[in-house]
Ligand binder design. Structure first.
Ligand code: ADP
Ligand code: MG
Length: 362
C-alpha cells in the first residue's frame, strides 16, 4: 500500500484532510444500511415502518450556489462509472424536485440514453440543433418517470466529433438551455467522454464544477490526478470526487485501497463512496437507474446521498473510527455511522484503530 504513494504521477497526501473536530458531517441523517454489518456490532432495531418510508427525509435539501449549476462528470479513465453516476445523480436530483438536464457529451460512444431507458425516444441530437435542423426542445428527451429530468445527446451513436464542434458550441447550448421559456434548469450535468482529448476539453468547457469519478485502483487514480490538473487549468476550482466500486471485503483483506487512501492521494473533497453492487449492472441492462429501485439498494442510497451533498455543496469525510458501537439513545445511529465509516475510512491494513485528533491534524 505504501508503495502506491511513491508511484510517479500519484501525488502524496495533500493535508489537511480533516478539520480539527473529527465529526462526521453527513447531510441527510437517514438510517443507513449502506454497508455490510460487522459481526462485532449489534443488529439494528426492527422498524415498524417500511425501510423506504424511513428513508423519506422530512426536508428538501437547500440548493446552494447560482443556477444553473453546470457540473461535468469526468474521470480520465473509461469504465469507472461516469455514465452510471450521471444517470443516478441526475434522477436523484429530479426526485428531489430540481429540474435537471443531462447532456451526453460522449460523441460516438454515447450510452446515457441506454442507462436511462430513453434510447428509443432520441430522435434529434444537439448537432441537429446546431445545424438548424430542429429546435432545442425537440432534441430534449423528457423522462416519463420524472418530468423534470431531460436528456440531451450530442450526437448519434457511432458518429465522429465533427470539425468545428467544440467548447463554444457546448457553451451556446448551455446558454440556450438557460434562456428557455420553461425556465433555467437547476442542474446541467455533462457526462464526459473518457480520455483527455478534444471530446474531454469540449465537455469541460461550459462547466463551473466537476465530479471526478475514480475507482480505488492505481490506474484510475493516476488518470484522475491528471484530469484534476487539467480541470484546474481550465479554471474549474470546485472539484469533488466520488469513489466508485468500493469493496469492504477487499479493503479488510488489504487487497483494495480504502476511500481514505484514495482521498489522501488525490487530496480532493469527497462527495460520495459507492459500493460495488451487482444491482448496478442489472439496472444498467434494464435501462432503469438504480436510484428508482424499490426497495433501495446499497449503491442507490449512496448515489442519493451524493446527490444531497451536491445540492448543498457539502462533502463527507473519510475518517477512521472505532468499530465499537456507542451505547444509549443514538446507539442505532452509532452503529450505522460506524459501519459507513469503516468502509469509507478503512486503513486497508487490517485492524482498525481510532484516529486521534492530533493524528488527524498532522
Ligand atoms: P464510464 O461512463 O465511466 O465509462 P459506466 O458508467 O459506463 O462507466 O460503467 C462501466 C461499467 O461499470 C458498467 O457496466 C456499470 O454497470 C459498471 N459499474 C459502475 N459502477 C458500478 C458499481 N458501483 N457496482 C457495480 N458495477 C458498476
Ligand atoms: Mg460513459
Amino acid at each position: 500500500m505504501l508503495s502506491l504513494h511513491r508511484l510517479p504521477g500519484v501525488p502524496t497526501a495533500k493535508p489537511p484532510l480533516f478539520p480539527s473536530t473529527s465529526t462526521f458531517t453527513h447531510p441527510p441523517r437517514r438510517p443507513t444500511f449502506l454497508f455490510p454489518q460487522s459481526k462485532t456490532l449489534p443488529k439494528p432495531p426492527k422498524f415498524h415502518k417500511s425501510p423506504t418510508a424511513l428513508l423519506q427525509w422530512n426536508r428538501k435539501p437547500q440548493l446552494s450556489g447560482e443556477t444553473p449549476r453546470v457540473v461535468v462528470v469526468t474521470s480520465g479513465k473509461g469504465g469507472v462509472g461516469k455514465t452510471t453516476t450521471t444517470a443516478n445523480i441526475g434522477l436523484s436530483l429530479a426526485r428531489l424536485d430540481f429540474s435537471v438536464v443531462a447532456i451526453d457529451a460522449d460523441v460516438g460512444l454515447r450510452n446515457l440514453d441506454l442507462l436511462l431507458g430513453l434510447e428509443n425516444r432520441v430522435n434529434y441530437t444537439a448537432l441537429e440543433v446546431l445545424n438548424g435542423d430542429c429546435r432545442l426542445d425537440q432534441a430534449l428527451v423528457r423522462d416519463k418517470r420524472w418530468s423534470n429530468f431531460e436528456l440531451l445527446c450530442i450526437s448519434k451513436p457511432r458518429s465522429k466529433l465533427p470539425l468545428g464542434f467544440g467548447g463554444k458550441a457546448l457553451i451556446w447550448l448551455v446558454d440556450a438551455l438557460k434562456s428557455r421559456t420553461e425556465g433555467c434548469p437547476d442542474f446541467i450535468l455533462i457526462d464526459c467522454p473518457a480520455g483527455i482529448d478534444a471530446g474531454f476539453i469540449t465537455a469541460i468547457t461550459p462547466a463551473n464544477e466537476a465530479i471526478l469519478i475514480t475507482t480505488p485502483d492505481i490506474t484510475a487514480l493516476r488518470d484522475a490526478d491528471r484530469v484534476t490538473g487539467l480541470l484546474e487549468c481550465d479554471g474549474i476550482r470546485d472539484i469533488k470526487m466520488i469513489v466508485n466500486r468500493v469493496r469492504t471485503d477487499m479493503i479488510k483483506g488489504e487487497d483494495m485501497m480504502s476511500v481514505l487512501d484514495v482521498q489522501e492521494m488525490l487530496g480532493l473533497p469527497l462527495l460520495g463512496a459507492i459500493p460495488e453492487d451487482s444491482e448496478v449492472i442489472r439496472s444498467t441492462n434494464r435501462g432503469y437507474p438504480l436510484v428508482l429501485n424499490k426497495p433501495p439498494t446499497l449503491a442507490g442510497l449512496a448515489f442519493e446521498q451524493a446527490a444531497w451533498r451536491l445540492v448543498e455543496q457539502d462533502t463527507m469525510q473519510a475518517v477512521m473510527v472505532e468499530e465499537e458501537p456507542k451505547r444509549g439513545f443514538f446507539s442505532f445511529f452509532g452503529w450505522s455511522i460506524a459501519n459507513l465509516l469503516s468502509c469509507v475510512g478503512g486503513s486497508g491494513r487490517g485492524a482498525r484503530r481510532k484516529l486521534t485528533k492530533a493524528e488527524a491534524r498532522d
